[in-house]
Each structure stands twice: as C-alpha cells, then as structure tokens.
Ligand binder design. Structure first.
Ligand SMILES: [Zn+2]
Length: 335
C-alpha cells in the first residue's frame, strides 16, 4: 500500500476470492515504472491514497472464478491492469484507449502476493505465458502495449529519423521498437549509465549535458529537423521545446504526461505554416496488448536488459527509496 507520498507499507490481508469469470494471480514478477515513481513522489489524481500500488505484473493462476474456461490454477499468465468496457461511446467508435470505464475499473496492487483480475481483463487482455518467456519478461506486457499504441498513432515511415527524448524505460523501449521497424532512432538523455546501456543495445545516443538537442538533430538531418520526435520525459520545458525539433511537416508525440493542470506554449507558426502535427498517445487498446504479447512471445526485444535491480517484495520500500534517489531503471520485484 502507498499510504502517502514516499511511504509504502506492507499489509496482511485475506486472499481475495476469484471474481466471477475472473482469476486470482499469484504474482511471480512485478516491475516498477516512471508512473509508479511519480505517484510515489507526489500522488496521482486517479489513485487516491492509501492505495494498492504497482500495475506491471506476471504470475500464475492461483484460483479461477465461476465460468472461467481455458485457464486453471497453476497456469502461467500475462495480463495488463485494464480492459475497455466495449459498450461506451469511445469503445463503439474504435477509441478503446479512451473508454470511460478504463481507468475507473483499473486494478492496482502488482506489489503483492496475490491480485484479483476481473472477467473483463481475463476475456480481453490476458494471455497464457509461453514457457520460453520469463515472468519478468511477461511483466513487460503493459509498458510494451503503451509503446505499441504510441507508435501506432505516430506511424513513422521506414527509413525516417525519429528523436526520442528521455532515456528512461519508455525512451529505451521506444528506441528499440523503432529500430526493429527500420526507423533510425536517436535517443537523448543525461543519465550516463542509461545512455551506456542504450548504446550496448545498438541505439544511437546523445548526451544532452554535452550537446543541445536541436543542434544534434540538425547535424544528422541535413539541417531539416527530425521526421518525428517523441517526448518521454514529462517535463514542461521539454514539451515546449518539442515542436522546434522536427522538420516542416514533421510530427511530435507527447508520450509522457504532465500534471493535469499544466499549461504549455510554443510558436503557433510551427503548426500553421510548417504543418507540424502534435499527437499525445494515451494508454492502449486490446489490439495493442495483443501486438505487445506477440513481440514478447517472439522475444523480439531485449526486455530483460532493462532490469537494473531485483528486490524481494518485503523490500519494496527500499526499491522506491533507491529509484527516488535516481538509481536504477526498471526494478524487478519478486514476491
Ligand atoms: Zn468503454
């Protein structure tokens, strides 16, 4: 439980009963991510505290509810923490990522021994984990679905050059997936150990403490600017700089969110005269989760390389103290 900012407590609770049509998962691996760290530091409007905590997980079916077919206790599963309702205006208009019941019905509590997964998620966003995929890799289903959705919206052309700003887990995942799609990714960041990891994974990196982002992009694009740029830092100043990084006719994707009341500004002429397009992908659809599952099952990306540390569940508070101090990338929590 996250009790208040920077205070995590472990609580003993009775095992949850399996929901009708749903399952209870015994968590074998959970991951930390940037949203968890932001929530840890300042809370989250959609997660009033005290709250269950953690949303990326993978494990085994501990119990199956009435009406569940195809999954039995002991089966390894990969699921995400949401599923669209299938009935609301947005679901009926092929924008399931905006489903009005998506966030209200999300499940939290990946940092626990057991988590109940309702029928809607079991039906639409849950998969049997292949044997050759580790639990830790399986727990990447949710973050990878976000990246799949992000690039579905951006739709970068093969051979184009895309600047990825921010070298956290999502920045590196974007760069890896872009490269797989035949796109030249340039990753910008200022954490030396993360830039070094990205280079080991074959990604071209630029240290923003050394070179201004705009100069480095112009140098590599015949002074035109990038074909597209993806914001993965969640900083207002960076959001405001993004439209200046792409070429005329380029596209900007604001992947990392800002606080709900944040305002940003940039030159209007970049939009009107230069036809720069602005996008802001949110969450994912079941089709994105399916594609992320296929990528993981095919072991298409070196996901395990993003794991910087492993902690047992009873040291979850230490894991976040360390992340808060700027150490680590994605931490694997093993109950
Ligand atoms: Zn809906």
């Amino acid at each position: 439980m996250l009790i208040e900012p920077r205070r995590i407590e472990l609580r003993e609770e009775p095992a949850p009963p399996p929901p009708a049509g749903g399952i209870v998962v015994r968590v074998r691996a959970a991951l930390t991510d940037g949203t968890d760290l932001k929530t840890y530091r300042r809370g989250h409007p959609k997660m009033p505290m005290p709250t269950r905590f953690g949303h990326e997980f993978c494990g085994d079916v501990a119990a199956a509810g009435e009406g569940v077919t195809g999954l039995a206790p002991g089966d390894p599963v990969m699921c995400v923490h949401t599923a669209p309702c299938g009935q609301c205006f947005w679901c009926r208009h092929a924008q399931e990522e905006l489903c009005e019941d998506l966030i209200p019905a999300m499940i939290l509590g990946a940092y626990s021994d057991l988590i109940a997964v309702p029928s809607r998620i079991v039906d639409r966003n849950c998969f049997a984990k292949p044997e050759h995929v580790s639990y830790a890799e399986g727990a990447f289903l949710e973050p990878l679905a976000c990246v799949v959705h992000s690039l579905r919206l951006l739709a970068p052309a093969q051979g184009s050059t895309v600047a990825v700003v921010g070298n956290g887990g999502f920045g590196i995942l974007h760069a890896l997936f872009l490269a797989r799609r035949g796109v030249t990714a340039l990753l910008f960041g200022r954490r030396p150990e993360r830039l070094a990891l990205a280079r080991e994974l074959g990604i071209e990196t630029v240290d923003t403490r050394v070179a201004p982002i705009a100069d480095a992009i112009l140098e590599r694009t015949h002074d035109r600017g990038a074909d597209a740029a993806i914001e993965c830092t969640g900083a207002v100043e960076m959001w405001e700089a993004m439209p200046s990084l792409v070429r005329r006719g380029g596209r900007v994707s604001f992947f990392a969110g800002l606080p709900a009341q944040a305002r940003v500004s940039f030159l209007a002429s970049r939009l009107h005269y230069d036809e720069v397009q602005l996008l802001a992908p949110f969450h994912f659809t079941p089709a994105d989760v399916r594609e992320a599952f296929d990528l993981i099952a095919a072991r298409a990306l070196p996901l395990a390389r993003l794991l910087s540390h492993v902690y047992p569940l009873d040291r979850i508070a230490d894991a976040f103290t360390q992340l808060d101090a700027g150490v680590g990338l994605k931490v694997l929590i093993e109950p």
